[in-house]
Design a protein around this ligand. Structure first.
Ligand code: TRP
Length: 352
């Protein structure tokens, strides 16, 4: 069976380091592994509109930002098809058919949707489109017969729902669609990077993100202001590394060789953590190290982003070509779906 990747992001803001360790880094690795026959990376504008219906300009502007972030981290248009969701209308048609295979109560049970309804204050007035976005997400994935979806942990319920739709479809209409599996980041810290304020999630609205496009002085200032262990007041106090954002970021980002380069008194992260836990290691020293680590990782990304910013027509050409290719693939799946569902009237002669 062909190995196919499909994944994507909502264009509601620039991408940040949480997106990077949570999925982007993994995608680039998979893209370059040579193990995949096709890679599709989607800018989910239609999904973004499900809770930004009144703000199309925001979604429109962020198409470019997300595309630049993709190219900056190393998504390579020669290896991956980068496309815009709404430019592939077949996805909408698939969504409509899949809606028949899902119950309202099943969507209501989806923990990610539940949390989002709360965050957005939608409890009493949930837009139907928003409510159905997990179904549209199943369309995104199955349209490309994707086998693998590299994504963050919060996408797990969507994948679960998608697999259920696939099984139900195949059971009802005959073997047509492919069940995908999710690929999560390898280490726990990368799965759930907290905000710089220590809050559970990095989010634009909380203003606690480090963006991939941040300038070096902004990154430094954000790192130096990071929330740490509130019980670690004096340098000599014993500190806690668990739940401490500075150490979680180090778990997600730092490479063994960076100790020799920036902090040669310590052999590795375990030694640094031990010292912090014992007491006698100041937050500033750890933050300076984290700053060096982040600067090293983000410098080439920012440079590549600037290069692409200088050739936006080319970026849009990539999106246009990617969208045309994606539509071609999705149309084939839609034809299979229509055939299985017996709504391919003009391709058959049994009715006349
Ligand atoms: N829900 C994803 C996000 O919030 C975006 C998305 C839409 C997606 N369709 C997808 C992710 C299909 C993976 C697979 O960023």
């Amino acid at each position: 069976m062909k190995q196919i990747i499909l994944t994507g992001d909502r264009p509601t803001g620039r991408l940040h380091v949480g997106h990077y360790v949570g999925s982007l880094r993994e995608r680039v690795e998979l893209q370059n592994s040579g193990k995949y026959d096709e890679v599709y990376i989607m800018i989910a504008d239609a999904q973004a509109l499900t809770d930004n219906a009144d703000n199309p300009e925001k979604v429109r502007q962020n198409i470019k930002e997300v595309a630049l972030d993709y190219l900056a981290v190393g998504i390579d248009p020669k290896k991956s098809h980068i496309f815009i969701q709404s430019m592939v209308p077949e996805l909408t048609e698939l969504t409509f058919y899949y809606m028949n295979l899902v119950t309202v109560s099943r969507v209501q049970r989806n923990p990610t949707v539940k949390a989002e309804i709360q965050q957005r204050g939608f409890e009493t007035s949930i837009p139907v489109g928003f409510f159905c976005y997990p179904i549209s997400q199943a369309a995104d994935i199955t349209a490309f017969k994707a086998t693998v979806v590299p994504a963050g942990e919060d996408q797990e319920p969507m994948l679960e729902q998608c697999r259920e739709i696939v099984r139900k479809f195949n059971e009802t209409y005959g073997e047509t669609l492919v069940e995908p599996k999710i690929v999560l980041p390898k280490n726990a810290a990368s799965k759930r990077l907290p905000g710089i304020d220590g809050k559970a999630k990095m989010s634009k609205s909380l203003g606690n993100c480090i963006y991939l496009s941040d300038e070096p002085d902004v990154i430094k200032q954000k790192v130096m202001s990071m929330y740490t262990d509130p019980t670690h007041i004096k340098v000599s106090d014993p500190g806690h590394v668990e739940g401490n954002p500075v150490f979680i970021y180090l778990d997600a980002f730092c490479k063994p060789e960076q100790f020799e380069k920036y902090l040669p008194e310590y052999k590795n992260l375990d030694e640094l953590k031990d010292h912090y836990t014992r007491g006698g290691l100041g937050d500033m020293k750890v933050k300076r190290f984290l700053n060096n680590v982040l600067q090293e990782e983000l410098e080439p990304i920012r440079a590549r982003r600037k290069e692409w910013e200088g050739k936006l027509p080319e970026v849009f050409e990539i999106l246009k070509e990617g969208s045309a290719y994606a539509e071609h693939t999705a149309a084939q799946t839609l034809a299979d779906v229509r055939h299985s569902m017996k709504i391919d009237y003009f391709d058959q002669t049994d009715l006349y």
